[in-house]
Design a protein around this ligand. Structure first.
Ligand SMILES: NC(=O)c1ccc[n+]([C@@H]2O[C@H](COP(=O)([O-])OP(=O)(O)OC[C@H]3O[C@@H](n4cnc5c(N)ncnc54)[C@H](O)[C@@H]3O)[C@@H](O)[C@H]2O)c1
Length: 333
């Protein structure tokens, strides 16, 4: 029988967005698997590598500073690379209301640059999508056949990026797999995301109150190690080429219940205030996202391993020991 699995050990890999939350965890995992890693960090003049600064064995990899919007640069750094894990993106939904042009430039044109470079240099491409492309669920759990509905500029640009990546598979036979994670949380996630916001406010409140937007949207929350395993299992499987895979727990929780779960762990006296400026335009708010993960389970042999409770405990410990990175008093777009 043909073995359709690829051993990643010794493979030359490039991770874009390696300086970010999920990318830094993926980079660590790839190092542990014995890959030769190039990690792309978003250029800045401080030589600051984001969350790559936090990882062990940083000396064993090549860290590059650059910008996925630069066609020539991306072409250059992908030479000799076997697999590209493309995670770099602008990802905050509220900021996408203010700066849609930069989302088009980064998420769509940046992905085009990655696809062109992968084609030229014969790289396998694992492209990162998001459950936000589905918009409010028309049915649950959401499988990969669910219609795509752009309810925010962020979602629209990710739909465009996914379509471009898949078009390179169809038009040029580029070996592309699309990994589509549902909401992911864990150590190193920025304060713009709901779980770190709740935790950072709950740990620092002086009046036993925290401020949140709408409490009714339902999300499928996934610990970052499970999402990272989704990327790894996508790359290891040759059967995944030309396909999209959802990665999510299959369980939904509304934001109110999520906040109360965290509050119960940190300080049950805390109450939740609604902050109008955190509420999204009505038609833009995605009301329900719950993953159908059957395809990833059967084709990739992937399954989630962390319960929400154990993931939250780890995330609370991380935020508590890194409070200087969070500014709980400010609403971070
Ligand atoms: N966090 C989630 O819940 C979630 C869920 C589904 C999908 N995703 C996707 O996963 C990927 C990683 O998200 P994350 O949560 O780690 O976010 P993140 O913001 O922590 O990471 C994204 C990284 O991309 C980098 N970047 C942005 N613009 C760049 C540019 N022009 N050139 C080079 N690098 C650039 C940033 O420096 C940042 O570190 C994204 O593609 C996102 O759409 C995230």
């Amino acid at each position: 029988m043909k073995d359709n699995r690829l051993n990643l050990k010794g493979r030359k890999v490039l991770v874009t967005g390696a300086d970010g939350f999920i990318g830094s965890h993926l980079t660590e995992k790839l190092i542990n698997l014995g890959c030769e890693v190039k990690a792309l960090s978003y250029y800045n003049s401080f030589n600051y590598w984001g969350w790559l600064e936090d990882i062990r064995n940083i000396d064993s990899i090549e860290v590059l500073s650059g910008d996925i919007r630069d066609t020539e640069y991306i072409r250059k750094i992908t030479k000799g690379v076997d697999i590209i894990f493309h995670l770099a993106a602008l990802i905050a939904i509220p900021y996408s209301y203010h700066a849609p042009q930069s989302y088009v430039d980064t998420n769509i044109k940046g992905t085009l640059n990655v696809c062109l470079a992968a084609k030229e240099n014969n790289c396998r491409l694992i492209h990162t999508s998001t459950s936000e492309v589905y918009g409010t669920a028309q049915y649950v759990p959401i499988d990969e056949q669910h219609p795509l509905q752009a309810q925010s500029p962020y979602s629209a640009t990710k739909i465009g990026a996914d379509a471009l990546a898949m078009s390179f598979y169809h038009a040029y036979n580029l070996p592309v797999t699309i990994a589509r994670p549902f909401n992911t949380y864990g150590p190193r996630q920025s304060a713009r995301a709901v779980i770190p916001t709740i935790i950072a406010q709950a740990l620092t409140t002086t009046n036993n109150q925290i401020k949140l937007g709408s409490l009714t949207p339902v999300r499928d929350m996934n610990y970052v190690a499970d999402t990272v395993n989704g990327f790894i299992s996508s790359a290891e499987s040759l059967d995944s080429i030309g396909q999209v895979f959802n990665f999510g727990s299959g369980k939904g929780i509304d934001i109110g219940e999520l906040a109360r779960s965290i509050i119960r762990i940190i300080n049950p006296k805390i109450s939740i205030l609604t902050d109008e400026k955190r509420i999204r335009p009505q038609k833009s708010e995605v009301m329900k996202l719950i993953c159908n993960n059957r395809k990833a389970r059967s084709v990739l042999n992937w399954q989630p391993e962390f319960s929400l409770n154990s993931g939250l405990q780890k995330t609370i410990e991380f935020v508590e020991s890194h409070l200087n990175y969070y500014k709980p008093q400010i609403y971070n777009l």
